[in-house]
Design a binder for this molecule. Structure first.
Ligand code: GAP
Length: 647
């Protein structure tokens, strides 16, 4: 459980987000819908800035990445090939009373007294039998004990005469469905019985008599629903994809899914992008877009939502065997020094170097938008955590206010982005499922292979063959066809053919927005001489992501010449950035409003702008949000000055 202080911080952030129009609950006027969020005027700008910065950094500013914008609904075959239909599931347990589901690994432990019931007896026409059942209810734990009680109370005659018919009668008399509920210390047993009756009533049993009541104590058990206290069902997998139907007929043939990640469209369109973009491996395909997951427990504000956006890059690289064939060996990378430039990619890099490179690039992106390295953490997935096809995965974490502390009080953080080395799994799967070749032809490889000493080419052939065979076997292909296919694949090397491997930096837009908001949030409470205190909120966004880049104010709104000049300045800047013109209230109030919105600069047009002091003609006062410092700038230089800070 998060500590109260941290919850308080989140509460303040959620409240500011609503008050200032960053994030609203979706469908709020109808009571909201769990796991869905809307972005208000400031949030929409913030989000747009983040996506644009990512897009620029990942595509336009690079030679080796092309963009894609694919549909949300795609052929369901894509999700069969990717493994999502079969395995994209969380283990879940259900409350038998409320039908609410919880993730099996996220049940809060509870201690208390457990009341367990074996089932219920139905009311029978035979009043004597019903009386006996009621009298001995706690001791009736199964059919034999019921039989014993009845025979000991003068029903043995019937029992002996028609045992089979009596058995049938007993089956109709009782519902043997267990139910258990935990009560916190101090609660009377009656409340457990009341809850149990509710459960059996919901099953359609009218006026049920509870049977076989037993009591036990438990400590820190994760078997009970945190709200109702009812014992949870066994864990069952629950697929997280939202299902829908394409066309007017709701049949199995028309089932489609809302994409749970943007990545698969990139793999499915790999060949089209390769052919049209004139790229060559190594190169990447980037996409920003919506993803949907029917999360069992959406939580922590927007952190785990059911509809969210991803920014994903699939960066295709040559397999290590190909690098070795061409360059003689595979280069690795020293841990990059954060203070110097990220090393430029080299043709002899293997997957490990590329993986390290992308982790570092992504951290630098976060630093560039105001998330200092100290606010981030890293989690390198252990072999047990890795997907079977992945070779490595490093999660970049952010220390959110709700992130847990370890025993020493250190906060690791929660996942902002995962950078996975996914081998050639995805393209291979789509090749197998679609029957369309996903490999590439590499002239350099063909030429290099022809010159390799036999010993070397045999060694590389064998390694490539083993990797391909392992993949096929793990994917369920029988040994013989797997070996045949792997042989063909390895023979392809000599012809310059291979299936690219991929490094995948996959980030969530909404998590990043939440991280930026949490990071920017600052409050200072000042108390005046009379003891009256006032809290000042400032959102210290980096100028690059700030929703509004500059507030533009005429000093006085009733001076038409000031208003006119201020509007001229606004119109000068507007084509280049989001500015906010404000003429109401004192300058101090206007500053405070912009501080809360996170606007890094405010520009005031005063009488000096108009030439009251001739040497200041055509200048404005520019005030910095974070330290309140002011400086005088020429209007003619204002746009470039701001652009240099917001780009
Ligand atoms: N293609 C790989 C992939 O989708 P992931 O770790 O499942 O990997 C990548 O998701 C990123 O998407 C996460 O690091 C996170 O930022 C974001 N994300 C995933 N599920 C999310 C959810 N339910 N709500 C908000 N963001 C989510």
């Amino acid at each position: 459980m998060a500590e109260p202080k941290e919850n308080l911080q989140m509460e303040k952030i959620v409240s500011l987000c609503k008050r200032r129009g960053f994030v609203f609950q979706s469908s709020e006027i109808y009571g909201g819908i769990n796991g869905f969020w809307d972005y208000g005027p400031l949030g929409a700008e913030l989000k747009r800035n983040v996506k644009e910065l990512w897009w620029n950094a990942m595509t336009r500013q690079r030679e080796d990445v092309a963009g894609l914008e694919a549909t949300i609904i795609m052929s369901p075959k894509i999700w069969e090939a990717s493994g999502h239909v079969a395995t994209f599931a969380d283990l879940m347990r259900e409350c038998p009373l409320t039908k609410k589901r919880v993730r099996a690994d996220q049940v809060e432990p509870q201690s208390g007294t457990v009341y367990r019931f074996a089932g219920v007896a139905r009311k029978t026409e035979n009043k004597d039998i019903h009386r006996i059942v009621e009298e001995f209810a706690p001791a009736i734990t199964d059919k034999n004990s019921l039989r014993d009680k009845l025979s000991a109370n003068h029903y043995s005659g019937v029992l002996n005469e028609v045992p089979d018919a009596f058995d049938g009668f007993l089956d109709q008399l009782v519902v043997w469905k267990q139910f258990a509920v935990i009560l916190q210390p101090g609660k009377p047993p009656e409340s457990a019985r009341k809850i149990a009756k509710e459960f059996y009533l919901a099953l359609g049993e009218k006026d049920p008599v509870l049977l076989g009541e037993s009591i036990s104590k438990v400590e820190n058990s994760t078997n009970f629903h945190p709200e109702s206290g009812a014992e949870l069902t066994e864990a069952r997998p629950f697929n997280l994809m939202f299902k829908t139907y394409v066309g007017p007929v709701e049949s199995d043939d028309n089932v489609a899914y809302l994409r749970p990640e943007t990545a698969q469209a990139i793999f499915a369109q790999f060949k089209n992008v390769l052919e049209t973009s004139r790229q060559k491996v190594p190169f990447g395909i980037a996409q920003v877009g919506k993803a949907f997951r029917n999360e069992v427990t959406p939580r922590n504000f927007t952190f785990r939502s059911r509809e969210f956006e991803q920014m994903e890059l699939e960066f295709f690289i040559k397999p290590d065997e190909v690098i070795e064939a061409i360059h003689g060996s595979v280069a690795t990378l020293e841990t990059p020094d954060p203070k110097s430039k990220t090393p430029d990619p080299q043709p002899n890099w293997g997957w490990q170097a590329w993986h390290q490179y992308w982790v570092e690039e992504r951290v630098r992106f976060y630093e560039g938008i105001g998330l200092d390295r100290s606010t981030l953490g890293f989690h390198r997935q252990t072999p047990a955590e890795l997907a079977h096809y992945a070779r490595a995965c490093t999660d970049i974490l952010f220390k959110f206010p709700f992130s847990k502390k370890d025993a020493d009080g250190n906060v690791a953080g929660d996942e902002l982005e995962g950078i996975a080395a996914r081998s050639d799994f995805d393209l291979s799967q789509h090749q197998r499922f679609s029957g369309k070749p996903m490999g590439v032809f590499d002239d350099e490889l063909r030429a290099a292979w022809a010159k390799l000493p036999k010993e070397k080419s045999d060694d590389l052939w064998r390694r490539y063959y083993e990797n391909r065979k392992n993949y096929l076997l793990k994917s369920g292909v029988e040994a013989e066809p797997a070996s045949k296919q792997a042989t063909e694949d390895a023979n392809g090397l000599a012809k310059g053919q291979y299936i690219p491997h991929v490094i995948e930096p996959s980030a969530g837009v909404d998590r990043l927005i939440l991280a930026l908001i949490a990071n920017a949030y600052s409050e200072v409470t000042n108390t005046d001489d009379k003891g009256k205190s006032e809290t000042i909120y400032t959102m210290k966004f980096h100028p690059r992501v700030a929703p509004i880049k500059a507030g533009i104010f005429p000093l006085l709104k009733n001076k038409p010449e000031l208003v006119k000049k201020a509007q001229e300045v606004r119109d000068l800047l507007r084509p280049w950035m989001n500015v906010y013109y404000d003429e109401t209230g004192s300058i101090g109030k206007r500053y405070a409003r912009q501080d809360e919105a996170g606007t890094p600069f405010c520009v005031t047009i005063d009488f000096d702008t108009l030439g009251e002091k001739p040497e200041l003609l055509g200048t404005v006062t520019l005030r910095h949000r974070d330290d309140g410092n002011q400086e005088r700038l020429k209007i003619s230089e204002l746009r470039d000055w701001l652009m240099a800070r917001i780009r």
